[in-house]
Design a protein around this ligand. Sequence first.
Ligand SMILES: Nc1ncnc2c1ncn2[C@@H]1O[C@H](COP(=O)(O)OP(=O)(O)O)[C@@H](O)[C@H]1O
Ligand SMILES: CC(=O)OP(=O)(O)O
Ligand SMILES: [Mg+2]
Length: 402
Amino acid sequence: MVRSRPVLVLNTGSSSIKYALYNFGKTVACVFQGIVEGIGTPKSSVRHRNLQVEKDVKLQDLLIEDHKAGLKKLVELSNLGEGPSAKLYAVGHRCVHGGTAIKEPALITDEVKSAIERFSSLAPLHNPPTLQGITVAQELFHCPQVAVFDTAFHTTLPPQAYMYALPYKLYEELGIRRYGFHGTSYLFLLTRASELLKKPKEELNIIFFHLGAGASMAVVKQGICIDTTMGVTPLEGLVMATRCGDVDPAVVEILETETGMKTADVSRMMNKESGLYGLCGDKDMRTIIQAAKDGSKRHGLALQVFVHRIRKYLGAYLVELGGEVDALVFSAGIGEASGYIRGMVCEGLERFGIQIDEQENKDGKIGVKEIQSKSSKIKVLVIPTDEELSIAQQTVEVVDSQ
Ligand SMILES: Nc1ncnc2c1ncn2[C@@H]1O[C@H](COP(=O)(O)OP(=O)(O)O)[C@@H](O)[C@H]1O
Ligand SMILES: CC(=O)OP(=O)(O)O
Ligand SMILES: [Mg+2]
């Protein structure tokens, strides 16, 4: 008899909790998933989807005071039970920043919690709510809890890729270096790519595009991550929905001197009011593409800047791999659904061995697909990512191995 092992995955943000329950039996099935948003406001809302009976629950204008109340709501909607009666094998937590010491998913101990706390200064938007989520989940669910780190995948970066050219002591004393994020997604995609290309991970050279609201790229050489676009925080690199990505650091001083903005204001602006939204006032890529097609110059500009940044890194990563590339892999909301953006990214790159087949490169969710043309030397794959499933799988592996 195969045991059934229900694993709850929690991705706790400052005012939200994304969650999913997977049942690991003979196969792996997602039982329910959802999101609690607006925690701490009178406009809290919950979207809960039970995939087994295809039932959606949407609740609005609630007052969910804190993360504990949020998790209690989830318990109530899902009949999970709490304390000793909670029917859970384990809880897996998405942790954005674990620095470089943590290279693997880890059973949560006081030591692991202190490590997450230690890196809070480098991930102030992400780590503190994660810690809160862990503490509340430990109170509610008496089962093993595992932390899965976004940074783990990138701990293989070589020094020339992770060092900033700042005074060396900032690296030594404050840990200021590039870390990279979206690692659970990249690990999931690398594993899927290895299955699809029928080649062991250790032999694969791949350039990954994780293009969601948060967007990054990563390059893997012989199964090991050698570079990525995000830095000491998830603000560096590509243009994102509301994050600016790469920008001349002198902008901070100019803004402070010219406008009297405080550093915290500049940080908020760069994280929440910039990117696609800053350029054109919209952050949903579907709206932006449509408006650009309808003639809006600002939306057209936002698209061009978004794609230009991606192509700049693509060029760099092709060089880092010496042109020896098995595949480009597109994923996340935009990468999975937008043939239009994939087409813009790959346009005119035939000389580099990259050519897309227009018929295969359709818009809309197409699942796993190869979209290169017959003459393309490099394969171009679309692979849907699943960060929650990846966290659940890694959580089960950790608990099984205890
Ligand atoms: N058909 C589509 N064409 C272009 N963009 C799309 C399409 N479907 C979804 N998206 C975009 O995907 C983005 C969200 O991606 P997602 O990976 O879910 O983000 P995150 O998890 O970081 O919040 C949104 O900007 C949305 O506009
Ligand atoms: C690290 C990061 O940017 O995550 P997200 O895409 O969930 O915002
Ligand atoms: Mg995402």
